[in-house]
Design a protein around this ligand. Structure first.
Ligand code: MG
Length: 250
């Protein structure tokens, strides 16, 4: 069931979103060669807790950390580790959620560690742009398929592929609500978008084929072909005057 939010709830979600975005930015500033992914996770956790919020992902379904940190061929759900030291040229996808006063914000960004290859940069740029192509379709009266189609078109025109096995989602009092928000779709199909809907749009884009597999730790999701993957996400609200990014720093 899709839950529509009131203006008061949207204001609360904007606060949770702001903290999520600022925590993500703090994480991004820490991305450099020689830093462990566990150090970045602890920056995220302490930032969120200092704001009086709680990390949405910590303990969610048993996830053991506050941020998902997914390096290079890891698509999503990478588990931060003291043993994983970032190297020059890595691309580092960080997914962060914060829960405040009953609501979640959820966002992700892929950061370059030092100097990345031209190919890696192009993949990151395309994934970020695809997110904004999707957001531009998040209009009252459109349908979920319009968002997915816009993302997919943009990505496939650049010979990349969109991950099928994981999708965006509604966000609110729960981290994952209806509807599902796939990064592929048919224009005019799916749930109709209405003011008060709050959704996370989150293209996961692979350099090669779209297939993924989950490692033995039951979380880490990697590209089946071992090529790179990037991930960008915002939580947005559908309003009568267009999409509003809730995971905004101000
Ligand atoms: Mg999400």
């Amino acid at each position: 069931m899709v839950i529509l939010k009131t203006a008061r709830e949207l204001a609360a979600m904007r606060e949770a979103g702001r903290i999520s975005q600022r925590a993500l930015r703090e994480a991004g500033k820490a991305v450099e060669p020689g830093v462990s992914t566990a150090e970045i996770d602890s920056i995220v956790r302490s930032y969120i807790e200092k704001q009086g919020a709680t990390p949405s992902f910590l303990g969610y379904g048993g996830f053991p950390a506050s941020a998902c940190i997914s390096v290079n061929n890891v698509v999503i759900h990478g588990i931060p580790s003291k043993q994983q030291i970032l190297k020059n040229g890595d691309i580092v996808s960080i997914d962060v959620g914060a829960h405040l006063a009953g609501y979640h914000g959820d966002n992700a960004w892929t950061f370059a560690c030092g100097d990345v290859s031209r190919e890696a940069k192009a993949l990151m740029d395309a994934t970020r742009e695809a997110l904004f192509e999707g957001i531009a379709q998040a209009l009252a009266g459109n349908r979920i398929g319009d968002i997915g189609h816009a993302v997919q078109q943009y990505v496939e025109a650049r010979s990349y592929s969109v991950v099928r096995d994981y999708v965006g989602h509604g966000v609110g009092a729960k981290l994952h609500e209806d509807p599902s928000v796939p990064n592929y779709g048919t224009p005019g199909r799916g749930v109709r978008l209405m003011p008060g809907m709050t959704i996370a749009i989150e293209p996961m884009v692979n350099q090669g084929r779209h297939h993924v597999r989950v490692l033995d730790d039951k979380w880490t999701t990697v590209t089946a072909d071992g090529l790179l993957s990037a991930h960008f996400e915002h939580t947005i609200a559908i309003t009568s005057h267009g999409p509003v990014i809730l995971t905004s720093p101000d």
